[in-house]
Write a protein that binds this ligand. Sequence first.
Ligand code: NAD
Length: 284
Amino acid sequence: MIDGTSLAEQFKAQIRQRVAVLQSQGRPVRLDAMLVGGADSPGAIYARNQAKTCLEVGIDYHLHELTNAATEDDILGRVLLLNANEDVRAIMMHLPLPDGVDTERIQSMIAVEKDVEGVNPANIGKVVYGRRSLVPCTALAVMEMIESTGVKLEGACAVCVGASNIVGKPVAVLLMRAQATVISTNVHTQDLDGLVRSADIVVSAAGVPNLVRGDMIKPGAIVIDVGINRVKGEDGQMHTVGDVAFDEVSQVAGYISPVPGGVGPVTVAMMLRNTVEAAERLGG
Ligand code: NAD
């Protein structure tokens, strides 16, 4: 089992030390997050949790709230102010933004060196070229989880199920950079089962419960489940499950990450790590 909660705690301990070093040099670490829509917006719970996690590792959390009435120019104006503020080292934007606001335009205006979610296309470009950059947090989490197994990536066959900009594509690129042989699949892929069966590493980020079944897995493969789906269980209660049929797949796989307690907590830790990295690079 690849225990995301325990891996995340190990990362947080390292992050706490790096924050302490910067603080001792008079360089406090801060994360500036923007939330549009106020306390009722879907990002609000995430923002509250983020504030707690930042506190745990010594990062100052600044939440900039705008109401649902905010226009694209209002949001953009706030981003530009944060970009220009030298005390601000790390910026993230809670989604979704109100209807009619061009999210991609806003993301592309976040200063490249402060973009700790790695959503500015310039950062994605650097990921593709293998240059030093801020990498999307979930993709980083997936790579850390794979690397925690100690399995050699060079020459391994990796199948990514799902090819979104925020997860599937950056994961595929990072695996390519690690010299794996990568197959990227999507909703139109023919013979998904056969392709997954050929994989030493399976990363599923499709958002479809039970998409990856036990009979699709090569014995001993690494299976990373990024999916987060809410489904009604036999008990009539709502449960959070991934894309992977855990009970079946865990019988065959060599390593498997659970949901919950897998990619989620490591992603949170990667956001904190990107925040520290942004602070280290800007201030030094
Ligand atoms: P998305 O909807 O943007 O993309 C889904 C991708 O999966 C698309 O490329 C689509 O073509 C593909 N897909 C859908 N059905 C498929 C099928 N039957 N076979 C093969 N490919 C299929 O989703 P996203 O934003 O990448 O999120 C994917 C899942 O990961 C969601 O459940 C989301 O909640 C979860 N997620 C988790 C984290 C985390 O930190 N744990 C972060 C982001 C997203």
